[in-house]
Design a protein around this ligand. Structure first.
Ligand code: AMP
Ligand code: MG
Length: 502
């Protein structure tokens, strides 16, 4: 795609060495662009560890030039920022042109462990893909993405990461005037199912895109031929299905609700991306929906595996012509892979659930899990707290569990669970410790995150910084962090929603 305006942004020598393999190889999917000038940029938070792993100089990032780059006002010398094109199914309906309407791919960096990653800005101003939008983002939602993505990373869940949030000094119109902000994030790439949907309708760029995605994310497949019975594209689809089945199982185990699982928010890499109206469950409830725009509950907690499979079917459709020149053959090949999704998901979920319950053996009796879920749902028990309470039960401390589910209701289940544990023959305290290593104590609690974001929007970053410290150490109990294990008050949970206006 051609640039619509000349690029005239300031340049800086910091963040040198950005590469642009995506823009160079797939120019048809990019528009060279630059960010809007920020009137009064202030760095709110920077991820020093992540910066170091990318060999970025944190002192330079904090400088005027560094903050200029992180806000999108200044272009690093030699970089060619681009807006990426993509399509997407949003709430089931197809939108042929979405693309980066308020984001830019600044370029790619190679991290200290030799991984190529994208450096990307969100909220950096209008682009040719902005449609009716203003191209901006605001402080609360950008800090939300920063904190939740870093919490997910600390939980060991594949995710994009957050490098910084800069307040721009611009007033952005939302429900009222809000302070503008730009998030800088790092991802193993920004290739989405929606990128393939866009490319498939363009035609020629599809195969180069698939080859690029394979080389970047599934390089072992480059040894396979590009055509014939054993071509690489069916295996590529299978690898994406596996990566995403594993990812959504991790969400379901930790109680994460993404909120907007449109195909443009489903990655090829298997990383969680685009934290908008996302939330962690307090009370376990498969029908939980937090997003104010998800009126039909399409992206409810319990629907996430089914919706993901639906999104993967949209990816499959884009790959048919690459997989087999005979449409029927291509359809039956992708259908077989797509049908393997359920079993892959169940395997990941069962293995994760076994670990959460201290079982090293596979769970032979799946009703043990289902019956626990039924009990937790019936009593509205706190998801995160329940697994820590079960470990405490093994230590002879039953007070926490008694707060969550009446003993007379859970006693028969406890007996079955302890019977399964007894078969393993491990010491109860050791099992409890193993459980505590996989069941987080601290997650971003909705009421605390909400309060921290309100304070930050009003200029007080202290609650945000403290919560960030806690949720990036999800398994390390500290006495002074006791408040962070508390579930939201009922009155908060009844009305809580997160907003996509972002
Ligand atoms: P999201 O819901 O953040 O995944 O965004 C969906 C689509 O809407 C993407 O194409 C975004 O670039 C675009 N978009 C979201 N917010 C804005 C905004 N304020 N201005 C322009 N485009 C936006
Ligand atoms: Mg998105």
């Amino acid at each position: 795609m051609a640039a619509i305006e000349e690029s005239t942004a300031d340049t800086a020598t910091i963040v040198a060495g950005l590469e642009s393999t995506f823009a160079d190889e797939l120019g048809a999917l990019t528009v060279p662009w630059h960010g809007a000038a920020a009137p009064d940029p202030q760095l709110l938070v920077v991820n020093e560890r992540l910066a170091a792993s990318l060999r970025l100089d944190v002192t330079a990032l904090r400088s005027v030039d560094g903050v200029g780059v992180l806000s999108g006002s200044t272009v690093p010398v030699g970089a060619t920022p681009v807006a990426m094109a993509y399509s997407g199914h949003q709430f089931g309906g197809y939108a042929p042109i979405l693309g980066d309407g308020r984001a830019l791919l600044l370029g790619e960096l190679v991290s200290s462990d030799s991984q190529r990653v994208d450096l990307h800005l969100k909220g950096s101003g209008r682009t040719p893909f902005s449609r009716g939008g203003d191209g901006y983002a605001v402080v609360g939602p950008m800090l939300r993405e920063y904190l939740v993505s870093e919490a997910m990373y600390a939980l060991g869940i594949p995710t994009t990461r957050a490098l910084s949030v800069v307040a721009t000094g611009r007033h952005v119109r939302r429900s009222g005037a809000e302070p503008g902000a730009v998030l800088a994030r790092v991802a193993s790439s920004h290739l989405r199912v929606g990128t393939f949907e866009f490319a498939a309708r363009q035609g020629e760029v599809l195969q180069p895109l698939a080859d690029y995605a394979i080389a970047r994310h599934y390089p072992e497949l480059t040894e396979l031929p590009t055509s014939g019975a054993h071509n690489r594209y069916l295996r590529f689809f299978e690898d994406v299905v596996e990566a995403q089945a594993s990812l959504v199982a991790r969400w379901m185990l930790v109680g994460f609700v993404h909120g907007v699982m449109n195909t443009d928010n489903t990655t090829i890499s298997g990383e969680t991306i685009d934290y908008g109206p996302c939330a962690f469950l307090d009370a376990f409830d498969p029908s939980a929906v937090f997003s104010s725009i998800d009126r039909g509950g399409r992206y409810a907690f319990g629907n996430q595996p089914a919706v993901l499979k639906w999104n993967l079917a949209r990816l499959a459709e884009t790959l048919l012509t690459l997989i087999d020149s005979t449409p029927d053959e291509a359809i039956s090949a992708v259908s077989a892979v797509l049908e393997s999704f359920d079993e892959r998901y169940e395997d990941h979920y069962a293995a994760g659930m076994a670990a959460k319950l201290g079982l090293t053996l596979p769970i032979l009796d799946r009703t043990l899990v289902d019956d626990l879920l039924t009990l937790l749902a019936e009593h509205g028990a706190d998801w995160t707290g329940s697994f820590r309470a079960l470990a405490n039960e093994l230590r002879g401390n039953s007070a926490r569990l008694d707060d969550l589910v009446p003993r007379e209701h859970i006693a028969p289940w406890l007996q079955r669970w302890q019977g399964a544990l007894a078969e393993q023959g491990h010491k109860a305290v050791e099992t409890a410790s193993a459980m505590d290593r996989v069941n987080p104590l601290y997650i971003p609690r909705n009421h605390q995150l909400d309060a921290a974001l309100h304070a930050a929007t009003d200029g007080d970053l202290v609650p945000f910084e403290k919560l960030l410290e806690v949720v990036t150490h999800p398994f390390d109990r500290r006495d002074e962090w006791a408040d962070y294990t508390e579930a939201a008050p009922q009155s908060f949970s009844e009305t809580f929603q997160t907003f996509c206006g972002t």
